[in-house]
Design a binder for this molecule. Structure first.
Ligand code: HEM
Length: 404
């Protein structure tokens, strides 16, 4: 039984369709989610195949934290794409999920992160310096896009050209998902599976250090003395090729849009660079780059007075939860004094919490450092097209900058 206060005015929404999912403006997404959170925190849309939306922190956190009640194995994102296979670790519940996650953990251990900090700072500096000298560029296309591709090349130990091709196809795959172009989804996914299969074949022939090479780590993993199944390894490598390469691009663009509005925050961080980690956290809370991932209830469930059937997908709106006024003071405001507030959900929570968040944080921090060191103000010089479900953030931010 749900004993929390029931939402006010829920009856003002149609039972069948409470909101249009197509909202993709930088601010309108937050306005829509804020409205739903206050009036209809468990909302339904008929768009994208039909789905429920949780917008309150408490409901989102509770669902992602409990795989016995909400499974990830049916549908991990809206819209659902049923044609391209199941990819661990994201598409499996514990305990099936556990060995895949265990195989990946050593890749992100503390000593390895020290390597990434140095390597990624150098990449960010190498990319940003010529742009800063130029004074006019596209933050996403020229900086936010190539940075994760360089990290991907280093992560998998592949050439920059191969990483670039994978990045391009991964990008096409994600855009095909957003426009529900099923042929292109199928086509691009197959190319990514082929790239994953080639990598696996190569590492079977020439194993590398499983402490730093993800494919060798998967091949070395043993469960009760047995290797992981071939299709599980293939699915994981395929997953790793694209997971975490779109979010840094859109998020770096979102940071530039924030500083265009608030150059005083750049000045603050330049004066007090020790505040950069807190600023990264606060920006992730404000501009959470994954709008939300999905789960499916294992049994019928009633949340905030609305009953969701066991086979109906629920999108967990991290982007909305992270601005929940019941959890965060001045939720729409950039503040660096939130130590006593709960952590944001930009990297998820529970068993599927982002495995690569250490690398993601290093990447974002290195990008922000470049902004702080080189830019006093951004001026937007053209349209800012946005991603849509399941991402949030711009795909292109054309700017001119004032240098330091
Ligand atoms: C700003 C960047 C990133 C953000 C915001 C982000 C966010 C997330 C979120 C929210 C999840 C949980 C999904 C769910 O619960 O359904 C997730 C899972 C995951 N992420 Fe990230 N991610 C980022 C970058 C990365 C990077 C760079 C990597 C790899 C190097 C990575 C690897 C993964 C993996 C492997 C999972 C699946 C974990 C599991 O199922 O156990 N992510 N990420």
């Amino acid at each position: 039984m749900d004993i929390r206060p029931q939402p006010r005015n829920t009856e003002s929404f149609s039972k069948d369709h409470d909101f249009d999912a197509g909202t993709d403006d930088f601010d309108a997404v937050h306005a829509l989610f804020g409205d739903l959170r206050s009036r209809c925190p468990v909302a339904h849309s008929n768009d994208l195949g039909g789905f429920w939306l949780f917008t309150r922190y408490e409901d989102v956190e509770s669902a992602i934290s409990d795989p016995t009640r909400y499974t990830t194995a049916v549908q991990n994102v809206v819209p659902r794409v049923a044609t391209t296979g199941r990819r661990p670790p994201l598409h499996l519940d514990p305990p099936d999920h556990t060995p895949y996650r265990r195989a990946l953990t050593p890749l992100f251990r503390r000593e390895r992160m020290a390597f990434w900090e140095t390597a990624i700072r150098k990449m960010a500096e190498g990319l940003f310096q010529p742009l800063a000298a130029q004074g006019s560029f596209d933050v996403c296309r020229d900086f936010g896009y190539p940075l994760p591709a360089m990290v991907l090349a280093e992560f998998f130990g592949i050439s920059a050209e191969t990483a670039d091709t994978i990045r391009r196809i991964g990008n096409d795959f994600t855009l095909a998902l957003e426009t529900m172009d099923l042929d292109l989804i199928q086509q691009t996914s197959l190319v990514l599976y082929k790239a994953a299969a080639e990598l696996i074949a190569d590492r079977k022939d020439t194993p590398r250090d499983p402490g730093s090479d993800p494919v060798s780590a998967m091949l070395e993993m043993r469960v009760n003395g047995e290797p992981l199944p071939d299709d599980g390894i293939l699915g994981t490598v395929r997953q790793l090729l694209v997971v975490g390469i779109i979010a840094p691009t859109t998020f770096i663009g979102s940071m530039a849009l924030h500083f265009e509005r608030h150059p005083e925050h750049l000045a603050l961080l330049r004066a007090e660079p020790d505040k950069i980690p807190a600023a990264v956290d606060e920006l992730l809370r404000l501009y959470t780059p994954y709008r939300g991932f999905a789960r499916t209830p294992v049994d019928d469930v009633t949340v905030c007075g609305r009953t969701i059937r066991r086979d109906e997908p629920v999108a967990l709106a991290f982007t909305a939860a992270n601005r929940d006024p019941e959890v965060f003071r001045d939720p729409d405001t950039f503040r660096l004094d939130r130590k006593d507030e709960p952590p944001h959900l930009a990297f998820g929570r529970g068993p599927h919490m982002c495995a690569g968040r250490g690398i993601a944080l290093v990447m974002i921090t290195a990008a922000l450092e470049q902004f702080v060191q080189n830019v006093t103000a951004f001026k937007i010089t053209g349209p800012v097209p946005m991603t849509t479900w399941p991402e949030y953030g711009p795909l292109s931010v054309p700017v001119t900058i004032s240098g330091t």
